[in-house]
Design a protein around this ligand. Structure first.
Ligand SMILES: [Zn+2]
Length: 386
C-alpha cells in the first residue's frame, strides 16, 4: 500500500486562498460576485497539479471547472464533487478573512464547502506524489450554483459519466447514504372581493386559507409520527410563506401559500401532490364556497445510495486506513447534488469534514478533519479506480 501523505501546510494555505475569494451565489444575493474568480483560481491550481482542465459556463459568467487525472486503462472513474458558490454574508464581520483558532478555520465557505474542495485538490496531489497508476480516471468537479438551482452539477452530469462519486458536503466525516428531497407546493384560495361592511357579498380567501393551514398542521403532525426512513427519519412540511388580501376594508379575493414538504427516500412528488389535493378536496366537500388549487412549483428528489455499493465499500476501507475506523453510516436532512448524480446513474455517496455554522454568521471547519478527508479521498480513489 503506497503512503498518501497530505501536505497539511499547503492544504490549509489553499483553503485560506479559497475563502478569501468572494463567491456568493448571485441568485441568492443580488449583485453577488458569483463563481468566476474562484473558478479561475481552481483551474490554475488544477493545471499546476497536471490535471486536464475543462472550464465551461453552464450559465453566462459562472464557470464550472473539472479537472481530470486520467487513468491508464478502463477502470472505474470516480468523481469528487464540490460546489464553489456560497450563501450570503449578512451579519458577518470579516467573511473573507480566514481566521484560525483552536484548530478551526472560520470564514464564509470554510465548511460549506471550500474545505472539501481544498481537500480534493490535496487528495489528487497525494495520488500524484505517491506515483500510483490508477486504471480509472479521477475527476474533480468544482461546480457552480449548488446553493440555488444546482446548474453546475446538472451540467456536469450531461458532460461526464462517472461510475462513482463522492460529494463532499459536510457530514462530520460520516458516510451519508441518504438525504431528504423537497417539494414546493403553491396553494391558492379564491374568494370574492367585497366592501368590508358587506359580509353577504364577500368570500374571505384568507379565512379559507386558515382552514387549509389548520389541515396542513394536522398533516404535519401526522408526518412526524410516520416511521420515515432509517437514515433520515420522518418527512415534514411547513407553511413557508403566506400572502393574501389587499386592504383593511376589503374581503380578500385571493390568498397564496407556499408550502415546503421535505420528502424521504421512497416518497414521490406525485404522492405528495395527491396528499395535498385530497386535503383540498375534503375542504371543498365541506363548503361549496371553498375554492382552492394546489400546484407543484419545484421539486428535488430524495437521495438514497447503494449501501453495499463499490463506492461505499471503498470509502469505508479508506476510512479504516485514514481515520482508524470506517466512517459510520448516516443520513442528512439537507438536499445535495448527490441526488442529481444518483439520478444520472452514478454510484454516489456524501462525506465531508467536521464543522459548524453553515449558512450562519459563524461558520467554521475543523482543519484536522479536512486533512483526514483529503487522505481518505486519496485512498478511496486508489481503491475504487485501481
Ligand atoms: Zn454545500
Amino acid at each position: 500500500m503506497p503512503s498518501f501523505s497530505i501536505d497539511r501546510t499547503r492544504l490549509v494555505e489553499q483553503l485560506a486562498s479559497l475563502v478569501r475569494i468572494d463567491s456568493i451565489n448571485p441568485e441568492l444575493v443580488p449583485n453577488g460576485t458569483g463563481e468566476a474568480d474562484i473558478a479561475a483560481y481552481v483551474a490554475e491550481a488544477m493545471r499546476e497539479l497536471g490535471l486536464n482542465v475543462d472550464v465551461w459556463e453552464p450559465t453566462p459568467g459562472r464557470p464550472n471547472v473539472v479537472g481530470g487525472l486520467p487513468g491508464t486503462g478502463d477502470g472505474r472513474s470516480l468523481m469528487l464533487n464540490a460546489h464553489t458558490d456560497t450563501v450570503g454574508v449578512d451579519g458577518m464581520d470579516a467573511p473573507f478573512t480566514p481566521r484560525i483558532e483552536d484548530g478551526r478555520m472560520y470564514g464564509r465557505g470554510t465548511q460549506d464547502m471550500k474545505g472539501s474542495l481544498a481537500a480534493q485538490l490535496a487528495a489528487v496531489r497525494a495520488l500524484r506524489d505517491a506515483d500510483v497508476r490508477l486504471s480509472g480516471d479521477v475527476i474533480v468537479a468544482a461546480v457552480i450554483d449548488e446553493e440555488h438551482a444546482s446548474q453546475g452539477t446538472a451540467a456536469v452530469v450531461e458532460r461526464y459519466d462517472a461510475d462513482g462519486a463522492v460529494v463532499t458536503e459536510p457530514t462530520d466525516l460520516a458516510l451519508a447514504l441518504a438525504h431528504k428531497g423537497f417539494v414546493w407546493i403553491d396553494i391558492e384560495t379564491r374568494g370574492r372581493a367585497a366592501h368590508g361592511s358587506r359580509p353577504a357579498e364577500g368570500i374571505d380567501a384568507n379565512m379559507h386559507m386558515g382552514r387549509v393551514l389548520s389541515r396542513l398542521d394536522e398533516l404535519a403532525s401526522d408526518l412526524r409520527r410516520r416511521d420515515g426512513h432509517a437514515l433520515v427519519g420522518a418527512p415534514s412540511l411547513h407553511a413557508a410563506q403566506v400572502e393574501g388580501g389587499t386592504a383593511s376594508s376589503v374581503y380578500a379575493a385571493q390568498c397564496r401559500l407556499r408550502v415546503e414538504r421535505r420528502t424521504v427516500p421512497g416518497e414521490t412528488v406525485a404522492q405528495v401532490q395527491e396528499e395535498v389535493q385530497a386535503l383540498l378536496d375534503r375542504l371543498s366537500a365541506e363548503d361549496p364556497a371553498f375554492k382552492a388549487t394546489g400546484e407543484v412549483a419545484f421539486a428535488r428528489r430524495p437521495f438514497e445510495a447503494d449501501r453495499g455499493g463499490a463506492v461505499a465499500a471503498a470509502v469505508r476501507a479508506a476510512g479504516e486506513e485514514a481515520l482508524g475506523a470506517a466512517p459510520p453510516d448516516t443520513g442528512q436532512t439537507f438536499w445535495t447534488d448527490a441526488a442529481l448524480l444518483a439520478e444520472a446513474g452514478t454510484d454516489a455517496v456524501v462525506l465531508g469534514p467536521r464543522g459548524e455554522g453553515l449558512h450562519t454568521t459563524e461558520e467554521w471547519v475543523d482543519l484536522d478533519s479536512v486533512v483526514q478527508l483529503a487522505e481518505l479521498l486519496a485512498r478511496a480513489a486508489h481503491r475504487y479506480c485501481a
